[in-house]
Design a protein around this ligand. Structure first.
Ligand SMILES: O=P(O)(O)OC[C@H]1O[C@@H](O)[C@H](O)[C@@H](O)[C@@H]1O
Length: 250
């Protein structure tokens, strides 16, 4: 079925980097926020400024995870401990919440300025699934998921959305835990072994593997195919159009 085994009956998609070209927007916003913070820390402690690496640090500690976990996990990698703070902390406050808010302000500004482009291969794949009557869900850690789907013009293509807001409301642990994907499969009425997960993030493919999903498709936009396989991808494509081509060839 569209490049996947025939027992796959439901299709669960990550958003940023799989459906929309927003993974690099998030990476840029994270770099902006962390570099501002790390520069100030270097001055404060009289130590060397080591910038955030938007490829290695982003992929390893931040990509795919809920916002606060991304902040926490990267800071832990630098052995920096900050107070949790509160959602009311002004953006840039020296707290997990304050830094996370600064990052969110930047990502929202970049999205406003640049708009959101979907990946044409993903849009085509979604349309083909819809024509075949196959159920589709978005499973994203992002609290901005619905706005991004709308800005990309693809918000009408899904039966179920499990995003950062739903996860918070239902107390679901974020990726790499499998809970958000399992909740989406349940909402579609499909056991995980009959559902496919599409992910570009290491935390995301790990989530698919942990949930026992039928197929975990790694979407490699940045040349990390081997790492995607290591963390849980059963197969890796560079674009969803590759699966359409395979399906047609079969
Ligand atoms: O900050 P948001 O929009 O709630 O998104 C949380 C995370 O959502 C994920 O989809 C992205 O891969 C991360 O980069 C991002 O940080």
């Amino acid at each position: 079925m569209l490049g996947l085994p025939d027992h796959i009956r439901a299709f669960l998609f990550d958003l940023d980097g799989v459906l929309t070209q927003t993974a690099k927007v998030h990476a840029a916003a994270w770099k902006d926020m962390f570099d501002t913070f790390l520069r100030a820390e270097a001055e404060r402690t009289d130590e060397e400024f080591v910038p955030f690496d938007p490829v290695v640090d982003y992929d390893t500690y931040v990509d795919g995870k809920p916002r606060l976990d991304g902040t926490r996990d990267f800071l832990a990698s630098r052995e920096i401990e900050l107070p949790e703070g509160s959602p009311a902390d002004p953006p840039g406050t020296r707290s997990i919440q304050g830094l996370s808010s600064a990052k969110n302000d930047t990502v929202l500004r970049l999205i406003r300025e640049q708009g959101v482009q979907p990946y044409p291969g993903s849009v085509e794949y979604l349309h083909r699934l819809r024509v075949l009557g196959l159920p589709r869900a978005v499973v994203s850690s992002s609290a901005n998921c619905r706005d991004v789907l709308r800005a990309a013009g693809i918000d009408g293509l899904f039966d179920v959305i499990v995003d950062g807001e739903v996860a918070k409301r239902d107390h679901l642990p974020g990726k790499p835990a499998p809970d958000t994907y399992l909740a989406a499969a349940r909402a579609l009425g499909t056991p995980p072994e009959h559902a496919a997960v599409f992910e570009d993030a290491l935390a995301g493919v790990a989530s698919g593997r942990a949930g026992g999903f039928g197929t975990v498709v790694g979407v490699d936009r940045t040349g990390q195919a081997a790492a995607l396989r290591e963390h849980g991808a059963d197969l890796v494509v560079t674009d969803l159009a590759d699966l359409i081509d395979q399906g047609e060839g079969a």
